[in-house]
Design a protein around this ligand. Sequence first.
Ligand code: NDP
Ligand code: 8X3
Length: 253
Amino acid sequence: MNKTVLITGATSGIGKSSAYIFAKNGYNLILTGRRLERLNQLKEELENDYSIKVQVLNFDIRNLEDTQQFIKSIDRSIAPTIDILINNAGLAAGYGPIDEGKYEDWDTMIDTNVKGLLYISREIIPIMKEQGFGHIINISSTAGKDVYQNGNVYCASKHAVDALTKSMRIDLLNYGIKVTSINPGACETEFSLVRFKGDQQRAKAVYEGFTPLTPDDIADAIYYASTLPRHVCINDLTLTCITQANAHYNIKK
Ligand code: NDP
Ligand code: 8X3
């Protein structure tokens, strides 16, 4: 019987790379995101290339009712168990001093990165408790460990993810559920394009002058953390490219 992994935000970047690595290793997948066409393409490709099943759940994780409804619609023939939940969907919106922040951007980041992660987790944890096992992997960031200039609310949202990860681990200790935080540094995905609202030049400039992490680098770390022996749990794993020390220091040529 295949194991199942639920990945939020699988239409791009780290979530998409994670879908590939788990598919290659024989997991069935439940993939979420708002861009349905991308989800359907990925499903078709992965089901054709690997002998696995994929269910697509097309919803916005900021919407509680939709989240509840879509999680209830999980096809238990594809996912008799939910072995791994990767809370990956997230974003930064805007970059600037706090007194110039846009209320809409703040809502978007907090509603997605914090409340969305909570909504999904609240729906999946009872399933894992009933199973008596499961692994929750929250994608935080180096921005969840330190703050940087102009990062304010994004950093706050990832610090919240860090706190929730630690809290979940304590609250779920009795139920055989592992909880891991993966904290990447700069990784070239659509992240900066989203942060800078489609400004391709500005987004590209973020990754110039150094070799950033790739989404496959992060997916490898996620896969590693999720395939350790039953009694071993990586609590917290921060990874950066070789020129980056933390959220502040990244040497660019
Ligand atoms: P991408 O922009 O490439 O991917 C983000 C994913 O999140 C997309 O699949 C997107 O899907 C999904 N998403 C965003 N908002 C929503 C929403 N409201 N409802 C459902 N899905 C949503 O960025 P990354 O792959 O880089 O980001 C993935 C995670 O990694 C994020 O949590 C990010 O904060 C974190 N991270 C990224 C780093 C980086 O440097 N890239 C470093 C550290 C952490 P869709 O738009 O189709 O809904
Ligand atoms: C994303 C990394 O440095 O852009 O979490 O905040 S950074």
